[in-house]
Design a protein around this ligand. Structure first.
Ligand SMILES: [Fe+2]
Ligand SMILES: [Fe+2]
Length: 305
């Protein structure tokens, strides 16, 4: 049996922790990143202060993330994964594949991951019945986590999940564990460490490079495969982990009027992204035809990934 419990005051997508009945503690970041209980800490829940263990896991995760996510690293990742030469599959196929990944890394999870995706989508559908594009966005926004699939890529967790932020300009103070950016080579590079960096005022977030992860990857996949989702849908997919923007109001100087409008949709979406909080079961087979019809409306049958 697994209990999902809310964490107090965590930034970004670090939104749930799982305590299994064996009293081992795993830390789950956005449902994808698991801090191994034994390898990392070598102790069980009983022996250790759970809160400090958790904090340590999150902090180590962000330390590596903040040191390694440089402008050059992001360019290389976009070049490599922008080729979209890894596999061909449909959106629903990817949902099912993602299901397997989470099952592998999280054997105690008592509900399939696909239900979590559908919970987000269905909650949006209930409150915004006319915005079918937003329902589909809810379903697919995390599909980029397919990068964690061992047969798909060998990317470490810090390059797939967690909060994201622009690179190529100063890291905003509001970014979680900001102090670790001091060890990022870009931090001291005058090309990249000013307010605008390589960008210009009001250039639009579309032209800004983001730290690499499942968000930017899924955005590229959707865009390159010629989705007909509106720009707000693509905006949500690409920036849903940019908490410095949607929670702290940072990076406005790089945004256009359209970005500001899309941000309002992102704020709406964000309320539903905490899928772990609604434990309402979704009957996958019952809602599947509806989502297949949306996929058909907004995506080709097969996408290049
Ligand atoms: Fe996400
Ligand atoms: Fe999510």
């Amino acid at each position: 049996m697994t209990f999902l419990i809310d964490q107090p005051k965590l930034d970004g997508e670090v939104n749930e922790k799982k305590i299994s009945n064996s009293e081992e503690m795993d830390l789950v970041l956005d449902g994808g990143f698991v801090v191994p209980n034994a390898n990392a800490f070598g102790h069980t829940f009983r022996d250790y202060n759970a809160e400090s263990e958790r904090q340590e896991g999150v902090e180590n995760f962000y330390k590596t993330n903040h040191i390694c996510q440089t402008y050059d690293f992001v360019k290389k990742m976009r070049e490599e994964y922008g080729k979209l030469d890894k596999v061909e599959m449909g959106i629903w196929e990817c949902c099912e594949l993602l299901n397997n990944i989470v099952d592998e890394s999280d054997p105690d999870l008592d509900e399939p991951q696909i239900e979590h995706l559908l919970q987000t989508a269905e909650a949006i559908r209930r409150d915004h019945p006319d915005e079918d594009w937003l329902h589909l966005t809810g379903l697919i926004h995390d599909l980029g986590k397919i990068l964690l699939h061992p047969k798909f890529s060998k990317l470490p967790q810090w390059a797939v999940v967690g909060d994201t932020y622009p690179v190529g300009c100063a890291f905003d103070d509001s970014i979680v564990h900001h102090k670790y950016f001091k060890e990022n080579p870009d931090f001291k590079n005058p090309k990249y460490n000013t307010k605008n960096g390589v960008y210009s005022e009001g250039c639009g977030l579309e032209n800004v490079l983001m730290s690499w992860g499942h968000d930017d990857y899924m955005y590229m996949v959707a865009k390159e495969n010629k989705t007909t989702l509106p720009s707000a849908g693509l905006f949500i997919i690409r920036f849903h982990s940019l908490y410095a923007m949607h929670r702290s109001g940072a990076y406005k100087h790089l945004m256009t009027k359209e970005d500001m409008e899309n941000l309002e949709w992102l704020k709406i979406f964000n309320k539903y992204d905490l899928y772990s909080k609604s434990k309402v079961r979704v009957d996958v087979e019952k809602v599947k035809p509806y989502y297949l019809s949306l996929i058909e409306k907004y995506f080709p049958a097969k996408l290049r990934w």
